[in-house]
Design a protein around this ligand. Structure first.
Ligand SMILES: [Zn+2]
Length: 69
């Protein structure tokens, strides 16, 4: 089963005030990995989250376009 975007919180302080930064695409073997970068607004720590490209990236991109347009 594909896991959908669960609520994300800061691994350092446990808060959910996260800034989502520009994602990175990375080829690993024959898979495209999608690396999401987050910065915590509470403690300013940064961390990454990796998704495989086939995990609803299209939905994700659609949502982003909706947000930014
Ligand atoms: Zn934090």
């Amino acid at each position: 089963m594909v896991k959908h975007m669960e609520p994300i919180f800061c691994p350092y302080c446990g808060k959910k005030s996260l800034e989502e930064l520009e994602p990175t695409e990375l080829m690993v073997d024959n898979d495209v990995w999608y690396i999401l970068h987050y910065e915590c607004k509470e403690c300013s720590e940064m961390f990454d989250r990796v998704l495989l490209k086939d995990v609803d990236v299209n939905d994700f991109e659609d949502n982003e376009e909706g947000l930014w347009s």
